[in-house]
Ligand binder design. Structure first.
Ligand code: GUN
Ligand code: FE
Length: 458
């Protein structure tokens, strides 16, 4: 889609490398007709003033005011679209009970395409309002409803990777919510891939299909094998849950005599294009395997607090330069905000360091080195997620897609308070990561298109 080129004059914050904050004060960002960053100029660069004047004369200059900042768009590396109506409730039981008692009955409702369209429109509006410019979605087992999600993301302009969920195991999956058999599940996945590619053709499609075995316990061997063949044939991303809880991890070990990651690899499902949700129980060997394949991990700290029985070894994964991003895991996680995701990743990492056993002497309590800082947390929510998905976005560099947020600290009821002569730009960035809410997000762009239009009253 051709768009009108424009130039932004803004102070931007981004973390192109893990843990490294760059403050681009009063820079000029030129966005081309393809939605890419054509150029970035600092006030010290030749041609800065001329360029700004030219854009102003052409009426293509967007100039941010004091207290407004540009940030890269946020990337949700793991979210269940159909669980949106369940967000904020039903978290009183363990994962395996939660699936059967609440989640499968809700997901079964997406056989009704009208229901699916209503919820998915709300969902995509809600995520965009929270600054989520890219989402890696699990949909449901239903091809038509999953395709409706793709159409809605495309129409609303959100970058999305979407999977029709496969779950065909008749023992683990209820009769009312299960693929008929492996052959049907594979055929419907293939149809879904082709339908999404027809909907969003080209080299840089906004919406892409993802091969999505829900997790090993819900799939037969035949389905897992068939899906890995499809992933190779169609060169698709793959997503699944890996070693999330004691129950899920033990289930796989009992079935295959090896870990979740090793079992997925055995089926050919662990690739550079794979994203594993959670992965809380991965050991050294699993980490080396996942790193060698170049697969990514969606760290879901809030949902892990409810379901995981363990904390993800984030620092160990980062030390190995594994690909890691953040997932909200709605509705196992109850917040749609990746700023909240940053906060939960931060506090989890700090609790890992302090440990939970107050009766132990301080030096024996927790994991030294576990804490991440706010720059690392923001990297996870932006450039880290982009790296895991191999997407040309996540920071501000020439040639990348312009996916961005206008963060306004001056709105009513903002929790970000900036005091001249007291807060440095670095302080402002930290305050944004720790205190931004959706109320601070004034505009959202994906691939150069302004997509935040405000939420209509319901
Ligand atoms: N494992 C299998 N399905 C799910 C799901 O929907 N949510 C979470 N958190 N874990 C899962
Ligand atoms: Fe999940």
């Amino acid at each position: 889609m051709k768009k009108r080129p424009f130039t932004l004059a803004a102070t931007a914050f981004h973390t192109p490398e893990r843990g490294i904050l760059e403050v681009l004060e009063k820079h000029l960002f030129s966005i081309d007709a393809e939605g890419r960053i054509a150029d970035i100029l600092s006030p010290a660069d030749d041609g800065y003033e001329q360029k700004k004047e030219a854009a102003r004369a052409e009426r293509t200059l967007v100039e941010l005011a004091a207290g407004q900042f540009l940030l890269p768009g946020l990337i949700d590396l793991h979210i269940h679209a159909p669980q949106w109506p369940q967000m904020g409730k039903a978290l009183d039981v363990p994962l395996e009970v939660w699936l059967q008692k609440y989640t499968f009955p809700l997901e079964a409702k997406y056989a009704d395409l009208d229901f699916a369209r209503t919820v998915y429109a709300d969902l995509v509006d809600g995520l965009i309002a929270n600054g989520t410019t890219t989402a890696l979605y699990f949909a449901t087992i239903h091809g038509p409803a999953s395709l409706a999600l793709a159409e809605i993301c495309l129409a609303k302009g959100q970058r999305a990777l979407i999977g029709k969920v496969v779950m065909d195991d008749p023992v683990q999956c209820p009769d009312f919510y299960r693929d008929a058999d492996a052959t049907t599940a594979i055929k419907e996945t293939e149809q879904f891939i082709e339908a999404v590619r027809a909907l969003a053709p080209g080299k840089r499609p906004l919406v892409q299909p993802v091969i999505t075995p829900r997790f090993i316990p819900s799939c037969t061997d035949e389905a897992l094998k068939g899906l890995s063949h499809l992933a190779a044939r169609y060169d698709c991303h793959v997503q699944t849950h890996c070693s999330e809880s004691d129950w899920a991890k033990t289930f796989v070990e009992d079935r295959f005599g090896q870990s979740d990651a090793a079992s997925l690899d055995g089926f050919g499902l662990l690739t550079r294009r794979t994203i594993l949700a959670h992965s809380n129980f991965i050991d050294e060997e699993d980490m080396n395997l996942i790193a060698a394949r170049g697969a990514g991990i969606a760290h879901c700290p809030l949902s892990n607090a409810y379901f995981a029985n363990a904390a993800f070894p984030l620092r160990a994964a980062l030390d190995r330069h594994m690909h890691v991003g953040l997932g909200t895991d709605i509705s196992g996680g109850y917040s749609p905000s990746l700023f909240d995701g940053c906060r939960h990743a931060l506090s989890t990492s700090r609790m890992l360091q302090s440990g939970v056993h107050a009766h132990l002497p301080p030096q024996e309590r927790g994991l030294p080195g576990a804490p991440i800082n706010h720059c690392e947390a923001f990297w996870l929510a932006t450039a880290g997620g982009a790296q895991a998905l191999d997407l040309p976005t996540g920071s501000f560099r020439r040639g990348l897609e312009f996916d961005a947020l206008l963060l306004d600290t001056r709105v009513a009821h903002s929790d970000i308070h900036i005091y001249d002569g007291y807060d440095t730009p670095e302080d402002v960035f930290q305050k944004i990561v720790l205190n931004a809410t959706h109320g601070n997000i004034a505009k959202v762009w994906v691939s150069g298109r302004e997509i935040l239009k405000g939420i209509e009253p319901r």
